[in-house]
Design a binder for this molecule. Structure first.
Ligand SMILES: Nc1ncnc2c1ncn2[C@@H]1O[C@H](COP(=O)(O)OP(=O)(O)O)[C@@H](O)[C@H]1O
Ligand SMILES: [Mg+2]
Length: 231
């Protein structure tokens, strides 16, 4: 189980402390999807970045089972992020000198998988997201939806326990976005990962098992949402 316990994150602006996330406690179970909703500036990206160990909490901790992983040193935290966590950003800047297959294989190669095995796994993942025929193309010829599917395959290549996705379809039209979400939810379920999404789109959140609302960095208790964990 991956948990945030009493997590706060503030930013220091001159003498003023600006709270972006306030005392958030939440658990992400394997195989389940959780969506965070809230208006712009409500703390969704901050929550995902702190949870994914890209940014340290100012209070509280992030735990993987009985380990406080946010308290690890830089090297251990990077290694854990690489092997255990996946992150799909709103848009993913791919390395144009590499093919989609090589882009997807990189995190596996970085974590010590032999190159040939990593490229094979990348090819299988690209097939599972419907990009079999694009695996060796020039990435600059890919559409936005195809790039997001490459980003999803890349986030999953090390079979992570938790996959984070920050507004993963915000840059796509709604039909392409729906297809990308099908791939993201299906792929996360297949590897048994917990999926954690940020979105301001209710139709995206409706696909998740749990929908939680943020306002001013705090979880908003709503009847029928917090408590049962279901929308
Ligand atoms: N690097 C930063 N420096 C200062 N303030 C930040 C930084 N990142 C986010 N914030 C502030 O934290 C709050 C939450 O932002 P964010 O998590 O990006 O919200 P959302 O993703 O819901 O739009 C906002 O008030 C924002 O201005
Ligand atoms: Mg955001």
């Amino acid at each position: 189980m991956y948990t945030l316990r009493g997590v706060s994150r503030s930013w220091q602006l001159d003498a003023v402390e600006i709270p972006a996330l306030v005392d958030v406690t939440v658990a992400f179970a394997p195989g389940e999807a959780t969506a965070f909703m809230g208006p712009s500036g409500s703390g969704k990206s901050t929550l995902l970045h702190v949870a994914a160990l890209l940014d340290p909490p100012t209070r509280g901790g992030v735990w993987l089972d009985d380990r406080e992983v946010s308290a690890l040193g830089d090297d251990a935290r990077s290694a854990l992020r690489l092997r255990t966590l996946g992150f799909v950003h709103q848009t993913y800047p791919m390395m144009a000198v590499l093919t989609p297959r090589e882009n997807v294989a990189l995190p596996a190669i970085w974590s010590g998988t032999p190159r040939k095995a990593a490229l094979e796994r990348a090819g299988a993942l690209l097939a599972s997201v419907g990009l079999d025929s694009m695996a060796d193309r020039d990435v600059r010829t890919l559409s936005g939806g195809q790039r997001q599917r490459v980003a999803i395959a890349r986030a999953l290549v090390n079979r992570p326990q938790v996959v984070f996705a920050d507004e993963p379809t915000a840059a796509l039209d709604s039909a392409t976005g729906a297809a990308v979400l099908d791939v993201l939810f299906g792929a996360a379920r297949e590897v048994g990962a917990a999926l954690v999404l940020a979105t301001h789109d209710a139709s995206v959140a409706a696909r998740a098992d749990h929908v939680l609302h943020l306002d001013g960095g705090r979880l908003v208790p709503r009847l029928g949402v917090v408590g049962t964990g279901r929308a």
